[in-house]
Design a protein around this ligand. Structure first.
Ligand SMILES: C[S@@+](CC[C@H](N)C(=O)[O-])C[C@H]1O[C@@H](n2cnc3c(N)ncnc32)[C@H](O)[C@@H]1O
Length: 310
């Protein structure tokens, strides 16, 4: 509510954001953060947007990059990756009229291009399965990751893109950090924790930022074969670490708990998933009592999956 009022005030004072009108799954704070970070790049590496959908995240970064003329002159572009295929979710969304005339499986790349037409020279499109893409454009200074939708995709991003991050400089933004489904992000980042400095959540969103401190040894970035590469003790330690990166009064801490429960649900261990859910729910109820007005987390998704009566 307060957020909506603030956004309205900001809009009245500053006028519409350059990316306004482009459909997006991101919170306005996430888009502003992407814009800000892209406007501050030094030009020592490229900008990567993994999972752009209809172009919201890419537009915010392209608009930021257009203010960093030094970086543009050095050849920095926003590299937008997506398969650009209409899925059921996009098709069902009646708010996107351009998609309604397309069928599931059709390409929406022309729609993306239209949305990005204000910044034609800032963007390079990489169409296709990100899980089989090779990165051949050198160092990466800024990377927005919104494509870690499976173990395979997440491990591919680690193996293919993380080696090109620049120690002491590069920032990565994990859009799905506080999302219940993408549980693999936590054990994967935990293994790299000695090399990253946590920078915190983008306010009111699921995005968490890290800066690379030191070069990552290649063996830590090789695919580990999904969950089979992680002992459960390490997984639990990983989630304890991840949740501690988030303030106790933030509902996003409970979202990480939801991902922790989901990790076991993905493994088929609903007993352990339920144990984690129950403990997290007690904590969430306590938080809601202590800080009335704070929002409920994605634990409700686990309620649905685990069949907990509401
Ligand atoms: C959550 S959406 C991205 C939202 C976007 N960043 C925005 O600003 O609205 C995730 C995107 O990942 C893409 N995606 C999922 N799996 C993919 C894959 N294997 N390869 C390429 N793109 C993929 C989907 O097509 C979808 O557009």
């Amino acid at each position: 509510m307060i957020d909506r009022i603030l956004n309205r005030v900001r809009r009245t004072l500053n006028g519409p954001e350059p990316w306004e009108g482009i459909p997006t799954m991101l919170h306005p704070n996430e888009l502003r953060n992407l814009h800000h970070r892209a406007s501050k790049v030094q030009g020592i590496g490229q900008i990567v947007d993994l999972g752009t959908w209809l172009g919201g995240s890419t537009a915010a970064m392209a608009s930021g990059l257009s203010r960093a003329s030094n970086a543009v002159d050095k050849g920095v572009r926003v590299h937008a990756f997506d398969q650009f295929l209409v899925d059921e979710f996009s098709k069902k969304n009646k708010m996107i009229p351009e998609i309604q005339s397309l069928e599931i499986g059709d390409s929406f790349l022309p729609v993306f291009r239209k949305h990005l037409s204000k910044w034609p020279s800032m963007v390079e499109v990489h169409e296709g399965d990100a899980g089989s893409k090779k990165w051949t454009h050198g160092p990466i200074e800024l990377m927005h990751i919104d494509v870690m939708k499976s173990w395979e995709l997440a491990e591919h991003v680690h193996a293919e893109f993380f080696p090109m991050l620049i120690p002491g400089k590069s920032v990565i933004i994990h859009q799905d950090y506080a999302h219940y489904w993408t549980a693999w992000i936590h054990p994967l980042m935990f293994r790299l924790r000695g090399h990253f400095e946590p920078m915190g959540l983008v306010e009111d969103s699921t995005s968490f930022m890290f800066r690379l401190k030191t070069a990552i040894p290649p063996e830590l970035l090789r695919p580990q074969n999904g969950a089979s590469g992680f002992a459960l003790e390490e997984v639990d330690e990983a989630f304890e670490w991840s949740r501690d990166l988030i303030a106790p009064r933030s509902m996003h801490r409970s979202c990480v708990d939801a991902a922790w429960s989901m990790y076991y649900y993905h493994l088929g261990d609903t007993t352990k998933a339920m144990d984690i859910y129950r403990k997290a729910k007690v904590e969430e109820d306590q938080r809601l009592k202590e800080f009335p007005g704070t929002r409920r987390s994605e634990l409700h998704q686990m309620e649905r999956l685990l069949g907990v009566a509401g």
